[in-house]
Design a protein around this ligand. Structure first.
Ligand code: HEC
Length: 193
């Protein structure tokens, strides 16, 4: 019939409309809210995390869902969910960022560097592990010490922004070379930790 033929373009239009709607919804998933208040010194770390780490890690405080939720459909690049996994102390997180996870095999190294890496590490160390199941005899993540970063790195950070929150005074004497050297020492670490 003629009318069936005439309807076809309309059906195609409707269908592509639906596709666009689905795409818009999918895109919205990627822009889920960061729930760390902007007054929190780790807010910038949360933003960076949502931009750089979202594809492979879940951490609801940054609105990311990159970890696998089903073992049968997981992909090799799915990293641990930081809602579940405690990531303290903080120097461990920085090490993982520099090394590419602990194995160095799947996660790329140095996705964020310098101040950005420190900011992300601070955010992850603070907010990871909050949905970990409670286990008798295991100290909840939030009660575990968050630790400190190696001196040169911590000082570099203090000069950057949050001297007040870390309690260490800004030290103008810290040079980029010193920070670079510290970063180098870190990346030369042995494989296992
Ligand atoms: C391409 C996917 C991918 C991206 C992007 C990625 N990761 Fe990973 N990450 C992984 C995988 C896979 C592992 C676990 C495997 C391993 O440790 O080698 C991991 C492990 C880690 C670990 C160690 C966790 C543990 O307890 O074993 C930390 C911390 C970490 N990632 C932080 C980050 C941060 C922060 C970012 C963003 C700057 C990031 N990752 C980006 C895939 C990724």
């Amino acid at each position: 019939m003629i009318s069936a033929r005439m309807n076809r373009p309309i059906r195609v239009l409707l269908l592509s409309g639906a596709t666009i709607a689905v795409a818009a919804l999918a895109a919205a998933c990627g822009t889920e809210k960061i729930s760390v208040p902007s007054s929190d010194p780790t807010h910038s770390g949360a933003v960076l995390f949502s931009q750089r780490c979202a594809g492979c890690h879940t951490l609801s405080y940054a609105g990311t869902h990159g970890s696998a939720s089903n073992a049968r459909t997981r992909e090799i690049t799915n990293g641990p969910s930081f809602d579940q996994r405690c990531e303290r102390p903080i120097d461990r997180v920085l090490y993982a960022i520099q090394n590419g996870g602990f194995s160095g095999a799947i996660m790329p190294q140095n996705i964020v560097v310098g101040q950005d890496a420190i900011a992300v590490a601070q955010f992850v160390a603070k907010y990871a592990g909050r949905q970990a199941p409670k286990q008798p005899g295991v100290t909840p993540c939030i009660a575990q010490p968050i630790g400190t970063l190696p001196a040169a790195v911590a000082l570099a950070h203090a000069t950057a922004s949050t001297a007040a929150s870390t309690g260490s005074p800004p030290t103008p004497a810290v040079t980029a070379a010193a920070i670079g050297a510290a970063a180098h020492r870190k990346s030369a670490k042995p494989k296992h930790r």
